[in-house]
Design a protein around this ligand. Structure first.
Ligand code: NAG
Ligand code: NAG
Length: 337
């Protein structure tokens, strides 16, 4: 064997070892969720918020809100808000002093141009259509340029989500389930993707599911409000796994109290509006407890306080927006790093 051959042999061994280590890491990732192997990245936010919507007391003026639910921030930092008790969806353009009504706002009722306690919605950024969980009217309705179309009738709907393939997911609080519809094919009962095993606290059950989030793998994260936990149902799973809370109602770091909005970032970290604890928590799948992100300073209206936080959203810079329900305002927490 000459020196060149030996050299090749050594290189070959090194390459082999590298490949093996990589595949071990991958296995670990899929078991515990990606964030547990990514703990070097620890995103943080300023603890004092900027009020970017509402903040002028409860009421129905354009600069006011009345019990906010789901929120969404588009790529231009415009803020969309389910202004639930005002029976409307409003948009606060970036830096605006007041909102504009983009759906509802015609009083509470069942007419096509009315909404009744909308809880959540999806904005299609391409054509500005908006799909709304018209909660009290028990329908999912689409608004496009002030024209309405009912997509799904007689449905118990609280949370909405859409995956990258355009499947529409709807959670039903009283039915304790999440169903899914193919885009454009709404004239059927959909298929169950989570729950539908009655009310309870088993892994295949819910007790009043509300907000939902769907990730790249079509796993569905479901806020299981009255079980004080967040469940993750992988695609085609028969039961979920607890990814946040699940240790009874309480304010320890391993507990939640009537959680609201849930979103998952690109690292797989799970952000939960811990509503009755007036804080936002971050959980990583497989961890025993969560971390406090913002709030947690008692209920109140200071800028480092929340008062029943509900909807959550990130903008494209990673700033965190919180629908601060009892303060009737939208808080923006700026990302530090
Ligand atoms: C807020 O909405 C509720 C329910 O629609 C209504 O009863 C209440 O009067 C509203 N409050 C204000 C200040 O507009
Ligand atoms: C708007 O976009 C949605 C989702 O992509 C689609 O279902 C709908 O048909 C579009 N509407 C128009 C008028 O293009």
């Amino acid at each position: 064997m000459n020196t060149i051959n030996i050299y090749h042999y050594v290189v070959f061994i090194i390459l082999n070892v590298t490949v093996q280590t990589k595949s071990e890491k991958c296995e670990k990732t899929s078991q515990n969720g990606p964030c547990s192997t990514n703990n070097k990245i620890n995103r943080k936010w300023k603890q004092n918020a900027i009020t970017v919507g509402g903040g002028h007391g409860r009421g129905q003026q354009l600069n006011q809100l009345n019990l906010t639910q789901g929120i969404f921030i588009d790529k231009n930092k415009n803020i969309f808000i389910a202004d639930s008790w005002n029976d409307r969806i409003v948009e606060w353009k970036y830096d605006a002093k007041e909102g504009q009504i983009i759906a509802g706002g015609n009083g509470q009722g069942y007419r096509m141009d009315q909404l009744s306690y909308p809880t959540d919605f999806i904005v299609d950024q391409q054509n500005h259509s908006i799909i709304i969980a018209d909660y009290d009217n028990k329908r999912v309705i689409q608004w496009l340029n002030q024209k309405q179309q009912i997509l799904i009738q007689n449905i118990d709907c609280s949370g909405l989500a859409m995956d990258k393939n355009g499947f529409l997911y709807v959670s039903g609080g009283y039915k304790n389930e999440v169903r899914r519809w193919k885009m454009g094919e709404y004239n059927n009962e959909g298929i169950v993707v989570a729950g539908a095993n009655g009310e309870g606290d088993q892994l295949n059950q819910f007790h009043y599911p509300t907000f939902i989030f769907v990730d790249e793998d079509q796993s569905v994260y479901v806020t299981d409000q009255d079980n004080h936990r967040v469940m993750k149902w992988r695609k085609d799973a028969k039961e979920g796994i607890v990814v946040a809370g699940g240790n009874g109602k309480g304010e320890n770091l391993n507990q939640l109290s009537h959680p609201g909005g849930v979103i998952v970032d690109d690292l797989g970290e799970i952000y939960v509006a811990d509503c009755w604890n007036h804080r936002v928590m971050r959980w990583c799948e497989g961890k025993e407890e969560g971390e406090l992100i913002v709030g947690g300073n008692g209920k109140g209206s200071q800028l480092n306080q929340l008062y029943y936080p509900r909807g959550l959203s990130f903008d494209d810079k990673g700033n965190l927006y919180v629908a601060d329900q009892r303060n009737d305002r939208i808080e923006k927490f700026e990302r530090l790093f």
